[in-house]
Write a protein of this length. Structure first.
Length: 97
């Protein structure tokens, strides 16, 4: 699938797979509104997930702190989809993480 044709749901599914694998969970066990740290992901896991999503989403050098400023699958999927479409990525609003 071309990254130009990817929907936000496609991005979310990529993230679910990558985060679940790092957390040692089945994808269906991952709650997309829980923080990455609640699954025990640390900075090394974030690097692994980051490399996978860079490749899958066709991104080059996304901000290194993106997983920490958008700390759930839901918020990160939206941020990645915006980056892929050349849109600005707002900071996560309080109460959304």
């Amino acid at each position: 699938m071309s990254t130009k044709n990817m929907t936000i749901d496609d991005v979310k599914n990529i993230l679910i797979g990558a985060v679940a694998a790092e957390a040692g969970l089945a994808p269906q066990e991952l709650a997309t509104d829980r923080t990455f740290t609640s699954y025990g992901l640390d900075s090394m896991a974030a690097l692994t997930v980051g490399m996978e999503i860079e490749d899958a989403c066709g991104l080059v050098d996304p901000p290194v702190d993106l997983m920490w400023t958008h700390p759930t699958v839901d918020t990160l999927a939206e941020a990645l989809w915006r980056l892929m479409n050349g849109e600005p990525v707002p900071a996560v609003q309080e109460g959304r993480s």
